[in-house]
Write a protein that binds this ligand. Sequence first.
Ligand SMILES: Cc1ncc(COP(=O)(O)O)c(C=O)c1O
Length: 441
Amino acid sequence: MEALTRTSMNVCPFVKSHSSAAMKKLAKSSNLTTRALECPVLGPAMTKRQYSTPSKPAQAAASDNFKAPKTYDAGVSASELNNFNSNEVGTDYDGIFQSTIQKKRDDNSYRFFNNINRLAKEFPKAHLAEEEDKVMVWCSNDYLGMGKNQDIYNTMVKTMQKYGVGAGGTRNIAGHNRHAIALESELASLNKKEAALVFSSCFVANDAILSLFGKQFKDLVIFSDELNHASMIQGIRNSRAKKHIFKHNNLEQLESLLAQYPKSTPKLIAFESVYSMCGSVAPIEKICDLAEKYGALTFLDEVHAVGMYGPHGAGVAEHLDFDAHLKAGIASPPFKTILDRVDMITGTLGKSFGVVGGYLAASSNLVDWVRSTAPGFIFTTSLPPALMAGLNTSIGLVREDIESRITQQKNVRYVKKEFGRIGIPVIPNPSHIVPLLVGCL
Ligand SMILES: Cc1ncc(COP(=O)(O)O)c(C=O)c1O
């Protein structure tokens, strides 16, 4: 009632003209509350959730300026609901952290991080904790050395000087700008798709898109290659859709799984082009054939192929129609290419393009649908303007530089051959990945 009186005093001309003591008296002896609910001014104010006075903090506030926030009146006090005076013991959070870590140490899956400081002027060298302690980095995904490219660096510095270091918000608030527009248009054009969307990373992109499909397509069934990356596995889990895991690159098994469902059942096949752990390459064209036959969408992760394959570096899907894309340049070849047949392409901006970020390239309706409904895209601060501008420069350079792609492949062939010659066993594969099993140390 006190809250009502206070609210009333601010908004109601009648209540305003009476003292609070008079109002309290009136409230006790009349049907004031019922009548007030009928009032056009007070009624809406009263039907709003009412706040209780702030409870007293258990301990002195950290600062004199600290004001305890108002709390919702739950109707029943917390101590009535739970007997905090019992001998019940709270969860041992720290114990759980420690035992999980111990399990990881015991099964040798505990993660140790190297302190690797990649040196821009001495690529591919880095120094360890001490600057004079230098090593050669054999395991970076900065495949083309774009992480130290001077043009990208200059673009970033120039953009940062004009637009500052951060985007200032999500894409819906203040984080949409000319750099995002230009980058997405560049990515759409690289992938010869109608549209593209930039994410903070490809992990986020894969998770956001796949989980969205499961949530929005009732009865969706996802077919996922067993070697798919953790980001796709996470997205598929989060989608809560029915799923089938097929053996790596096994078309027969994929087909038998697809054939279990009527064509009208919504389906999605999730796979990668180059698998980074073993270097194998997916039979993209045949997967597209199956998708068309059984009415499925195709979701292709080109993370380890973008920048590395195809005349313009769009990835393996572009590479499969190499001559046609080379001849067509930025235009589309005059027939339906494999790139056209893949519904969704995701990629990273943090490996061959040397910076950070992820993207989706697809039809404009699909991209608009993701843009409008995927929480992983909507509710996060967009990449800083300087990064996006630098990425635009990077994509332009990589796209034009077919020579670097060819040189990289030749270097990989040389390294694999030399490893073989000195008895270091490389897992054979057709891609630029050089997988070495180091065994137990
Ligand atoms: C196959 C694959 N997909 C997605 C990702 C995630 O990409 P990002 O580093 O942009 O989050 C990775 C990262 O290594 C990857 O290997």
